[in-house]
Design a protein around this ligand. Structure first.
Ligand SMILES: [Zn+2]
Length: 233
């Protein structure tokens, strides 16, 4: 079920897929126009406009979505790039970050943590992070890494041309103030699992799956996240 309207798929099919996902999960599904940059959108009640529209695409380009509005689901579409979820369970703020290799180079996840601190008073020490299925070190080959990847990230190189972007994200999250025990990674490679995920490297012309995060509407039952005190690295 491709969820991207930007990969040449039949628009009616994409809309039907998005509607099916919205019915399954509920809430207001917020998509963004991703372009491997570092722009962020804070999704407020005002920006949502018509609250009766259950599927919305933010008009501006953004590779990170942040919200404290209960019922909103932030969606990031990927096919090898990482979606990185951030949660401050005490301030009740969530974020979803589109983190491809360009995002890693620009440290968009560190920038998003800082934005959550600046805009909502979040505390990285109690924040939780989850790195979704994405290109693993097995398949993240960058033959031209000397011109594409800054030298500061070369310590994460494995073998001749492969990079461990899961470890880069973990490193950036901890540098942003999260404790290691609060950083979780699926550690599932999209290119190695084409029966489960879309993979740009595997297929080039392909769809996008989505990772979503949202806060429950107060008073409704549902999954809860907890965050213990950070005990050591
Ligand atoms: Zn792989």
């Amino acid at each position: 079920m491709n969820l991207s309207s930007g990969v040449g798929d039949d628009p009616d099919g994409v809309n039907a897929n998005r509607a099916a996902l919205q019915r399954l999960v509920g809430g207001i599904h917020v998509y963004s126009r991703q372009n491997h940059g570092t722009a962020m959108t804070v999704v407020t009640r005002e920006i949502l406009g018509d609250p009766a529209a259950p599927i919305q695409t933010m008009p501006q380009t953004a590779d990170a979505l942040i919200s404290d509005v209960p019922g909103v689901r932030l969606l990031i579409q990927t096919a090898d790039c990482q979606a990185v979820i951030l949660v401050d369970p005490q301030k009740r703020v969530v974020a979803n970050v589109h983190n491809g290799w360009r995002g890693s180079v620009a440290n968009i996840i560190g920038r998003t943590v800082r934005q959550m601190v600046a805009a909502f008073g979040c505390d990285p020490d109690r924040m939780l992070a989850a790195i979704g299925p994405s290109l693993g070190p097995c398949c993240a080959e960058f033959v031209n890494y000397r011109s594409e990847i800054p030298e500061a990230l070369w310590p994460f190189r494995m073998g001749r041309h492969h990079f461990d972007f899961w470890r880069i994200s973990r490193h950036q999250l901890i540098a942003a103030g999260l404790c290691a025990a609060h950083v979780h990674a699926a550690q599932v490679c999209t290119r190695c699992n084409p029966h489960l995920f879309f993979s740009y490297r595997a297929a080039r012309r392909t769809g996008r799956f989505a990772t979503l995060v949202g806060l429950d509407t107060p008073g409704t039952a549902g999954a809860r996240v907890g965050s213990g005190d950070c005990v050591g690295p």
